[in-house]
Design a protein around this ligand. Structure first.
Ligand code: F6P
Length: 329
């Protein structure tokens, strides 16, 4: 493919922050400078693009951030960028700085915005998948998912200590509005008796049966991991439903919430983010465009936006679900 003439790259983070986003920013900045391009940070995602919050970055601006969670560029969800006027203002601001290519780090909402922007203005664009949910089609892993899942597992281990001491049943709610990745894998790693995820149709009766069986199997305590996007009730609701059916269980609920979003990224997320950041810059300079970087079978790949949007999902691994069931007897 013919190389585009790119001289100034803008980088931003958008949507929910995820541990490892800083490592990705660092890689984009240093990768750009390595190839003698100028690089600008756009603060607060599309909101900052519209408001003109843009700063020049150097190799030293991104020192000492690889180990930090959150995002030094801040993040936001932008309604204004959904409007034609908002996008026109954003383009005006990019032009002021001469920014002629973009790297966005975020989730599917971020990609949709950038795809639209590309269609309107043709500015070379690449996205890096950064979300703890791991719900993006076209990549085996998103940045932040590994860290968030490890955080959830650590929390589950701690809860297990107290659950066991009191012979209690715990419902532990983890993040994932539409995706059960964190829930499923933290449930397997944390030894949960059941997992409730949005992708799997399980009825309350089936869940109750599993809990009864675990009582009969002499389990002293039980942990149920519930994804935020559960379709049969959140952790509090499920706890109430079980209590309404039987007084046998001593039930507690823990909602892990945003603590899953923070903290130092794992080695895996730092390396993944670094690889994706460099791949995004090299992709842009080689003429790849309107695409997302992904990792597939441990190789960097580029997916055209069209192929990963429009209702495409990163399907849950059925084999992991099957295994979770076997392991919980
Ligand atoms: O998309 C990432 C995510 O952490 C989801 O798992 C969660 O449902 C959502 O963001 C929470 O968003 P907010 O921080 O805006 O409440």
């Amino acid at each position: 493919m013919a190389a585009h003439k790119i001289s100034k790259i803008g980088v931003f983070t958008s949507g929910g922050d995820a541990p490892g986003m800083n490592a990705a920013i660092r890689a984009v900045v240093r990768g750009s400078i390595y190839y003698q391009k100028e690089v600008f940070g756009i603060i607060r995602g599309y909101e900052g693009m519209i408001d003109g919050e843009i700063v020049k970055l150097g190799a030293r601006s991104v020192g000492n951030i690889i180990q930090r969670g959150g995002t030094i560029l801040k993040s936001a969800r932008s309604d204004a960028f959904r409007t034609k006027e908002g996008r026109a203002k954003a383009k005006e601001n990019l032009d002021k700085y001469g920014i002629d290519a973009l790297v966005a780090i975020g989730g599917d909402g971020t990609f949709t915005g950038l795809h639209k922007f590309y269609q309107e203005y043709g500015i070379p664009s690449i996205c890096i998948p950064g979300t703890i949910d791991n719900d993006i089609a076209g990549t085996d892993y998103t940045i932040g998912y590994d860290t968030a899942t490890n955080t959830a597992v650590e929390a589950i281990d701690r809860i297990r200590d107290t659950a066991l001491s009191h012979n209690r049943l715990f419902f532990i709610e983890v993040m994932g509005r539409h995706s059960g990745y964190i829930a499923l894998n933290s449930a397997i790693a944390g030894g949960a008796v059941a997992v409730i995820i949005p992708e799997q149709q399980i009825s309350f009766d089936e869940l109750y049966q599993v809990l009864e069986q675990s009582g009969q199997a002499n389990k002293k305590s039980s942990l149920v991991v519930v994804a935020e996007g559960s379709t049969i009730g959140d952790a509090n609701e499920l706890a109430k439903m079980v209590a309404a059916r039987s007084s046998y269980f001593d039930i507690k609920v823990t909602i892990l919430g945003h603590l899953q979003r923070g903290g130092p990224p794992t080695y895996f997320d730092r390396v993944l983010a670094s690889r994706m950041g460099i791949a995004a810059v090299e992709g842009l300079l080689n003429g790849t465009n309107d695409s997302m970087v992904g990792v597939f079978q441990n190789k960097m790949v580029f997916n055209p936006f069209d192929s990963i949007m429009n209702g495409q999902i990163h399907a849950i691994d059925e084999e992991s679900l099957r295994m979770a069931k076997i392991l919980s007897i």
